[in-house]
Design a protein around this ligand. Structure first.
Ligand code: GDP
Ligand code: MN
Length: 462
């Protein structure tokens, strides 16, 4: 993949995790990957981990922002539009449809109230739907029904979903609008500046990724003083930069102000409107909307939490979250069970040093119970790409004997055949080792981190 300097686009863009610019984290490092050589390989975990600034110290890049650390909660386009509408942001008329009948009813309503067409849009937590066949324009109820029938249940593959694609379970049926120009708007937090930043471009639409790469000067960045909020002169500056006509400036200012209020009120980590359209009759609309929330603030938004769609999330990650385990699936073959996020990051690094690839990040936490350890083990083993397991535990609050009991229990229950390498230190380490030795199961006990990594990588290759 081409590694282009990202500095040209500015720091702000690096902050964007799920973005029209960005491709799926596990298959393509996206913008992070274009930072240049020496980019830290465990990047994808950074997106999701919190408070681990110290672990990036040995990566040859500036640490990513907390946006990437936070588990970013995504919602669907129709949900985002519902929220934006409450803030006075103009969105096309439309409704969500979960089956063909609902899609037809919605199309009928829209067409009978004067629209010249409807657009049927697949609702998945990824962009690039337009190019992937997930956005279709219909001129009649029957045609809308046909598209809905085809789209629902289909596996939609876009440049952001990776080759595995996403199953379409919901649609958005909306009125079509006479598009004159497709523009781009985004708001996100720039941690290095300590400010939200508005990004705007007259070159919006489906090729914005290319614009960002080739003509970064075509994207305006407007930093917002958090104390002042979006000031009218700033909103006007953005509106002019978008090339809007004089009569559109005032409605644009209203649109931008509503967008910023929505961003602030929902504790969003990203608002992206691509395209933000100007119609032939001058009206302005958010034709697409992406809204992601900072999960650190979700506790104060119970209504937003309800918008979570777990069918869009990795099933193993969902399972792990039930047991309060910090699990993130990765692409390698060495399963890792570790306690403490710092140790987990170090473990992944040392596996890479030894020539292997971690299959996951898993922090069972400092005070995990034997039961949690057993669940963690089951989750690790249900990942088919795992060829060997490394258990690297420092027993502090979680005592080593407790962990050993959990591991033995889980190993018996799951009839594990895979090689397991253990590196244990800390409280009750001798009792722990004894439990493992007496279990009769086939564990390899390593002396040091390096030894453990070498052994597990060799085992995964065998
Ligand atoms: P994305 O590809 O996942 O970002 O989906 P979008 O919602 O941005 O839609 C992709 C493209 O479909 C847009 O850039 C538009 O060109 C087109 N599109 C979406 N809605 C409409 C509509 O109502 N009318 C027309 N003419 N085109 C639309
Ligand atoms: Mn879009």
């Amino acid at each position: 993949m081409a590694r282009q300097g990202l500095a040209v686009i500015g720091n702000a863009m690096k902050r964007v995790e799920d973005h029209d610019f960005q491709t799926k984290r596990s298959t393509d490092p996206g913008w992070w990957g274009r930072l240049g050589p020496g980019v830290c390989t465990n990047r994808s975990v950074f997106y999701k981990m919190k408070g681990l600034l110290h672990v990036v110290a040995n990566c040859k890049q500036s640490p990513p922002s907390n946006d990437e650390f936070g588990i970013i909660m995504k919602i669907h386009e129709y949900q985002a539009k519902g929220i934006l509408k409450k803030y006075g942001v103009a969105v096309p008329r439309g409704t969500m449809a979960a089956n063909r009948e609902e899609a037809e009813t919605s199309a009928k309503d829209i067409l009978s109230s004067g629209a010249t067409g409807v657009v049927v849009k697949a609702q998945i937590h990824a962009g690039g739907r337009g190019k992937g066949g997930g956005v279709k324009i219909a001129k009649s109820v029957d045609e809308a029904g046909e598209y809905a029938g085809k789209m629902l249940g289909m596996k939609l593959v876009t440049h952001q979903t990776g080759p595995e694609g996403r199953i379409v379970r919901r649609l958005l049926v909306e009125e079509t609008l006479p598009i004159e120009k497709e523009l781009y708007l985004g708001i996100l937090v720039d941690r290095s500046e300590g400010k939200p930043v508005f990004m705007a471009s007259a070159a919006g639409g489906m090729d914005i990724e290319q614009v960002a790469a080739e003509r970064p000067e075509a994207i305006l960045k407007q930093y917002i003083d958090p104390g002042m909020g979006l000031e009218p002169f700033q909103a006007r500056k953005i509106a002019f930069a978008l090339g809007l006509k004089a009569a559109q400036i005032s409605p644009a200012v209203q649109f931008l102000t509503g967008l910023y209020r929505a961003f602030l009120d929902t504790d969003a980590s990203l608002v992206e409107i691509n395209p933000f359209i100007s119609c032939t009759d001058g009206r302005l609309f958010a034709l697409d909307a992406k809204l992601t929330f900072d999960d650190n603030a979700l506790f104060r938004h119970p209504d937003l939490r309800e918008l979570r769609d777990i069918t869009e999330e990795d099933p193993l990650e969902v399972e792990a979250s039930k047991y309060n385990l910090n699990y993130i699936k990765l692409d390698g073959s060495v399963g890792c069970m570790v306690n403490g996020a710092g140790l987990a990051m170090a473990t992944m690094d040392i596996i890479k040093y030894a020539g292997g690839m971690p299959a996951n990040f898993l922090d069972v936490g400092g005070s995990a119970s034997a039961d949690q350890v057993a669940h963690a083990f089951e989750i690790l083993l249900s990942d088919k790409s795992v060829r060997a397991v490394l258990i690297n535990i420092f027993g502090g609050i979680l005592r080593v004997d407790m962990l050993a009991t959990g591991v033995v229990e889980a190993a018996r229950k799951t009839h594990i055949q895979l090689p397991i390498v253990l590196r244990l230190e800390g409280t009750n380490v001798l009792e722990g080792r004894k439990i493992l030795l007496e279990s009769g199961l086939n564990f390899v006990v390593a002396e040091t981190m390096k030894d453990a990594a070498d052994k597990v990588v060799a085992a995964a290759r065998a």
